[in-house]
Design a protein around this ligand. Structure first.
Ligand code: ADP
Ligand code: MG
Length: 257
């Protein structure tokens, strides 16, 4: 049960990185849970399994809010567990997928969220790897339904905002005491040597371990235009090859407890 949370500024390549991690890790290792935790995100599209998703976790939470008073003595945690296992977890060819969906509406969701946290903690234990395509930043991490990760992967491009977000995540990761084992940086859309040197310096200065430098990749842009999943990237693609190496690195980190 190794939990990897992928974060960074919007548009930097979080979904690309998450989808390829799910793809390569599940190819080699039995049980992977892919979690789409970004309300603006499209992990199911990037994986090519959008039609498989039936209910989001958010929808089940709403259902719980309206039905909980009529549940009588029924165990509410079991109710949620049954709904999540039966209706929200989508069984894709080589991995399972859970979409968090929209954040909660008005009203008090503390009880629902606290139950959900327990159910998800239990759920994660069934998988060798849980890969979370997270919202930008870490600010909300501590009150999230999945509230802990073993590894944080920050994705950035060379934009000022991307780098500033990466820096802030690193600072917050120390302050919030999230209890993770390591925090890594992946630089994306790097077009030349100068940019690569610049990102290496940035990683050194910020104390982030740079585990991959991904080039700007025409084949990623082409698939995007055609609405095709990133799992169809050709083997010759630079992004494909480097992300395969990152997946191999994480496979060595498998935590079996
Ligand atoms: N290395 C790359 N080369 C070309 N296009 C890329 C690359 N990385 C990401 N993109 C494109 O940039 C956009 C944002 O990527 P995405 O993974 O959705 O970012 P995020 O999840 O961080 O918002 C997508 O259209 C994606 O296809
Ligand atoms: Mg995304």
């Amino acid at each position: 049960m190794t939990v990897i949370a992928v974060t960074g500024k919007g548009g930097t390549g979080k979904t690309l990185v998450s989808a390829l991690l799910v793809h390569f890790i599940s190819e080699k290792n039995g049980k992977v849970l892919a979690v789409d935790a970004d309300p603006d995100s499209n992990l199911p599209d990037a994986l090519g399994v959008a039609e498989e998703v039936s209910k989001t976790l958010g929808e089940i939470r709403e259902l719980f809010q309206v039905s909980r008073d009529d549940m009588g003595t029924m165990n509410k945690e079991q109710w949620l567990e049954g709904k999540i296992y039966g209706e929200a977890i989508c069984e894709c060819p080589s991995y399972d997928l859970l979409v968090m969906g929209r954040p909660e509406g008005e009203g008090c969701y503390c009880f629902a969220n606290s139950l959900l946290r327990g159910v998800l903690r239990k759920l994660i234990r069934y998988y060798d790897f849980t890969i979370i395509d997270s919202e930008a930043g870490l600010e909300h991490f501590s009150r999230k339904t999945i509230d802990s990760a073993d590894y944080i992967v920050v994705v950035t491009d060379m934009s000022k905002k991307g780098l500033a977000t990466a820096r802030r995540i690193k600072e917050l990761s120390n302050e919030l005491k999230l209890g993770f084992k390591d925090i890594f940086l992946i630089a994306n859309r790097i077009t030349d040597r100068m940019a690569e040197e610049k990102i290496r310096r940035f990683a050194d200065e910020e104390g982030l371990k740079l585990i991959a430098v991904l080039p700007y990749d025409e084949s990623v842009a082409k698939l995007d235009l055609e609405g095709e999943p990133v799992t169809r990237l050709p083997e010759a693609s630079g992004v494909f090859r480097r992300m395969k190496e990152v997946a191999d690195l994480f496979l060595k980190f498998k935590i079996t407890a």
